[in-house]
Ligand binder design. Structure first.
Ligand code: PMP
Length: 484
């Protein structure tokens, strides 16, 4: 075993990992990366097919991001945001506000302008900050019902992070059961999971379940009913938390087009706030264009592709291009103003982290946003998306593939015993894990979510690499799960 693998085995505890299994075999120890390729300590190259857990945008070792970080290191790595401002964080806040407020078509509801940026460290803290802000805002503006206790609503299967507040907003039983006594109560409502929706009357087909579905938007009715139910109690819904256009950790569940807009109308109609968790979907991941725009401006945030502006936009993962941990919660002046007052009123937002507004992260983020907005990157993303879609088509040939759901540069491939029956593999069978292990042997790295294999290429992935990535998955399914 490589000495570094040995050290890992002796001392490192990995997240979301059954360490007994981990200790049975030599781990892949990543030494370097370039573009979409990760190289291990033995010199073996792998395609980074989940963009290093959904963080990487433009590839590893990008010369422009590297240079920006080096330039920043020549000045300072970190100083505190408690009491001081700094150059890259101020510039980044301005840039984020710039891209977070595209011209959207007129809506039947009021669309806020996101003018304030609260920095934190990761996706969980971005959500944690949004929830605390919304909670306080509701109390201070008299919108928290007769009980004075704000209440949150989120989707079935939702995942919004691992801190206690973020876990409370989530509804993945497996992750959350263990901590139930630590958590505060939130409501959940049906997620639009077309492939396994009890209201979808369509027979299984060799096509994306969203497009083949036959239903009457019962999932949206359920949201309306949930709001009505809560409105009759002392605790109406304060805010609804959603991952716009696609739920990631829930199993890559993209929403049928129009779902988000309809739901936003319900949220606004009930005077509640909308918290958009764009930790995974942000920075162009879901493709598409800003709703209603003739110039086909690329949608950098999923919400905007549906013409929706949330009250809180939470970003992390790709914010720095996936280089360093950093997150941001954007919100409106209305929310900001609710925290203004005399010192002695103690209305400040009592929340903050030591590395808030970190200079190295902000410098990386500024460089990443410049790349993201460049013509070269926009064109490359469009080309990659078209090729990705084409390559994925070949997966429908497998009997073990129940659903191939793609949105932009994210795809979830749901593995089943037989596509005609949709019968799922027993979780103990580890179908997803086995397929990903077989992919690793073919030089492609990703992680499954239960029986769903996720593909999320860095934007720099070449056409050839895209073909290799999908071919590795196709072969791995046959290897690990057989044909019939
Ligand atoms: N929200 C979503 C949608 C996520 O996918 C994740 C992480 N996978 C988080 C929040 C939490 O982010 P982090 O792991 O950076 O805390």
């Amino acid at each position: 075993m490589h000495p570094l693998a040995k050290l890992d085995h002796e001392h490192v505890w990995h997240p979301f990992t059954q360490m007994r299994d981990w200790l049975k075999r030599e781990p892949i120890v990543i030494e370097r990366g370039r573009g979409a390729v990760l190289t291990d300590v033995h010199g073996r190259g792998y395609l980074d097919a989940n963009a290093s857990i959904w963080t990487n945008l433009h590839g590893h070792n990008h010369p422009k991001i590297n240079a920006a970080i080096r330039r920043q290191l020549g000045k300072i790595a970190h100083s505190s945001a408690l009491g001081f401002a700094n150059e890259p964080a101020s510039v980044l806040a301005g840039k984020l506000v710039g891209i977070a407020n595209p011209r959207l078509p007129r809506a039947s509801f009021k669309q806020p302008r996101l003018s304030r940026v609260f920095f934190s460290d990761d996706g969980s803290t971005a959500l944690e900050a949004a929830m605390k802000l919304s909670y306080e805002f509701a109390r201070r503006s008299g919108r928290s019902g007769r009980s004075g206790q704000p209440r949150f609503l989120s989707l079935e299967g939702a995942y919004h992070g691992d801190t206690v507040g973020a876990v409370s907003a989530g509804h993945i039983d497996l992750f959350h059961r263990a901590y139930s006594h630590l958590l505060f109560k939130t409501d959940k409502v049906m997620a639009p999971y077309c492939y396994r929706c009890p209201f979808n009357r369509a027979k299984p087909e060799r096509g994306d379940a969203r497009d083949c579905r036959r239903c009457n938007w019962e999932c949206v009715d359920k949201v309306e009913k949930q709001f009505e139910k809560r409105a009759k109690t002392k605790r109406p819904v304060t805010a609804m938390i959603v991952e716009p256009r696609v739920q990631g950790a829930a199993g890559v569940i993209p929403q049928p087009e129009g779902w988000l807009k309809r739901v936003a109308e319900i949220v606004r109609g009930h005077g509640a706030q909308l918290i958009a968790d764009e930790v995974m979907t942000g920075f162009g991941r879901t493709g598409g264009v800003v709703s209603g725009r003739k110039d086909a401006a690329p949608a950098l945030f999923a919400s905007h592709a549906e013409g929706v502006q949330p009250d809180y936009l939470c970003v992390a993962k790709g914010l720095t291009g996936g280089y360093t941990p950093m997150a941001a919660t954007l919100t409106s002046r209305e929310v900001f103003d609710a925290f203004l007052g005399e010192y002695s009123e103690f209305k400040s937002f009592f929340h903050g982290h030591s590395f808030t507004g970190n200079q190295v992260g902000a410098a990386a983020a500024n460089a990443s946003l410049d790349i993201l907005g460049s013509r070269t990157s926009i064109d490359a993303r469009r080309r990659l998306e078209a090729r990705f879609a084409r390559e994925l088509e070949s997966l429908w040939e497998s009997d073990r593939v129940g659903d191939v759901r793609r949105i932009g540069l994210i795809a979830g491939i749901e593995l089943v015993k037989d596509w005609r029956t949709k019968e799922p593999f027993d979780p103990g069978a580890q179908a997803g894990i086995r397929v990903c292990e077989a992919m690793a042997k073919r030089g492609v790295l990703t992680r499954p979510i239960g029986n769903v294999v996720l593909l999320m290429p860095p934007y720099c992935m070449t056409m050839k690499q895209t073909g290799q990535m999908v071919a590795a998955l196709r072969e791995a399914i046959e290897d690990a799960l057989g044909r019939d």
